[in-house]
Design a protein around this ligand. Sequence first.
Ligand SMILES: Cc1cc2nc3c(=O)[nH]c(=O)nc-3n(C[C@H](O)[C@H](O)[C@H](O)COP(=O)(O)OP(=O)(O)OC[C@H]3O[C@@H](n4cnc5c(N)ncnc54)[C@H](O)[C@@H]3O)c2cc1C
Length: 425
Amino acid sequence: MTSHQHDPALSPASPRHVAVVGAGMVGLSTAWFLQEAGVQVTVYERDHVAAGASWGNAGWLTPDLTAPLPEPAVLRYGVRAVLSPRSPVYVPLRADRDLLRFLAGFVAASTPRRWRRGMAAYVPLNQRALEAFDVLAAGGVSARTQPARPFLACFRREKEAQALLTELAAIRDAGQDPTFFPVTGWQARATEPALTDSVGAAVEIHGQRYLNPPEFLRSLAMAVGARGGEILEGREVSDLQHRSGGVTVVCATGEERRHDAVVLAGGAELGDLAGRFGVRQPVQAGRGYSFSVPVEQPPRGPLYFPKQRVACTPLDGRLRVAGMMEFRRHGSPLDQRRITAIVDAVRPFLSGVDLDDRQDEWVGSRPCTADGLPLIGATASARVFVAGGHGMWGIALGPITGQLLAQTVLKGEAAPELAPFDPLR
Ligand SMILES: Cc1cc2nc3c(=O)[nH]c(=O)nc-3n(C[C@H](O)[C@H](O)[C@H](O)COP(=O)(O)OP(=O)(O)OC[C@H]3O[C@@H](n4cnc5c(N)ncnc54)[C@H](O)[C@@H]3O)c2cc1C
């Protein structure tokens, strides 16, 4: 199908059996909310549950920081900085055509006006993001989200905090209501003994939460299974074909099954299948790294080092440390230099943490769109939907995405708050 218009002839009456491609946070949340409405779901996953970005991320549920990734500071960051493998944002010297196209769109979107427009689109989702987790909890997803008491962004000097304070003020201007206070380094260390006296200033953000990603994803998958959903692991979907009142999902194994509708939630690889249904927005892997280390006294909430772009989260009695934004091909091997760069960046700020005793070194791909907005809604086929491209925020926004997309699949029309995220934009 080449047209960007939805084909009404293909509109399913009321889908009873829906396939979801991808068992990450977004796919599983969508499956769960479809089940809420009595739909039978089958989740196809190439590898296993949480095989993608949904495993090794920082697990922050921080709607007060959830904003479009392209922003004016990116333009000031400069070309030289992004070409260094030690830089927190890295672009390889030899970018391919797809990457160049993505970067051109990304730079074009990094203006104050585009950022404000994108932020306004995020607000209605951010305002309901945590509520959607409560719906999952009330409906039987047993893994819990934790309140961050508080969420702490740490800086070497007071003036470094200004950029974050300005961003939080801009998020407030867009219509959200973040509660935040600048504090001294001394106050931050009194709250969090894991911080050294290199932390000279901090910003407390209240009302945020976090979760343990592997545990949460396991629990969400179990809940989908317990309600009668099928999760087929080891099934790569290689093709989708329209056939007499349905869509046939074709797996690389040769297996074929017909469904009333399909939701594509394949993370950074979303574009492979979605491109066949009129979705032209490139989805680029923004690769991030993480590992976990022992900590004498786990912090009471996440610690954020914005200048170094490093995120720390207490997890299973250890500290998960995450960072880097590497615009490289999904599936490229883990580059040990990035792990070293994260360790070096954060070492001066942490005490009682053994950064050399690392476990679970991991690289995963954030699904990034050039305009920084996710893709949520119908494609050129009214039977094929897309949910993904959340970049840095697919954990926080996975459940609300699933909730709104499930309504779209069932009603055949998108909720007004999804208009800016139209996959055919
Ligand atoms: C270092 C790091 C830290 C992060 N921290 C946070 C954070 O604190 N908070 C936050 O909200 N977000 C965070 N993120 C972003 C978040 O992890 C992602 O946005 C989110 O996990 C994306 O979820 P997803 O379900 O769209 O994709 P994924 O989790 O990548 O899932 C996609 C799944 O689809 C499968 N798949 C792909 N193609 C096919 C196919 N053809 N057939 C079958 N299966 C297929 C893949 O195997 C994969 O399992 C972070 C990311 C990174 C890398």
